[in-house]
Design a protein around this ligand. Sequence first.
Ligand code: PAF
Length: 280
Amino acid sequence: MQVIKTIAQLQYALLTERAKGKTIGLVPTMGALHEGHASLVRRSVAENDVTVVSIFLNPTQFNDPKDLERYPRTLESDCDILRECGAQIAFAPSVKEIYPEPDTRYFSYPPTDTVMEGARRPGHFNGVCQIVSKLFLITDPDKAYFGEKDYQQIAVIRRMVEALQFRVQIVPCPVIREPNGLAMSSRNSLLTPEERAIAPHIYRILSESLTANKSVSETQDWVTRQINAIPGLEVEYYSIVDGDTLADISDWEQSSSIVGCITVYCGNTPIRLIDHIRYK
Ligand code: PAF
């Protein structure tokens, strides 16, 4: 596996492959790789001739500097994981390489980027669109792989791809969970053993809500109350939304695709955990 740090080197490597008629899969990451990322990389390796995995802790999508500061940085072990998965290229540029000058581009795809995380983390999805669009422009991939763990992020990126007419095919990949149901996330490594013990209740309660037989608003209240009843967990929001537009729904018959998206504060630090469940 090649570890490439500059855009010029990456583009040279990819031009050479493309000239041979090879297809390119891109897996954008911020590092601190876990089994969830590995599943995306393995899928890209199976579906493309060349897989590029970007490892870039993108500062423009962090609205809280403390969150950026404590985000885990594990480049060496990340590269070991990527070698095991069969990736051909790890692209690990510096911040200066990606942003030689401030990125002043502004992206706006309401309601996908204004609800839920968009409302609570101002500028977050703008930063995601800045980096993902740069990665698409740099690598011109045939397919790009994103984990459904960040359900809202995929909806925003799909809208950006449509609006900017990128030729890339977005491939959403299922959430990978610990055996106890906790969605795998780079932030899980920040949880204490006590927090790890309570965090799985989030998905347990979401799963139980599938058979609760209640109206949309009753389900929202029920999930929120059940989770808040567990010491150490506090729901920031639980929204039941259309699975494509992410607009709020009030009736189960309102859409053929319905998803519940949740953010929960866990522990004293606290760590912000996100998850979702599909109702239909
Ligand atoms: O999902 C992530 O890890 C990031 O938001 C992404 C897509 C790599 C952009 O920095």
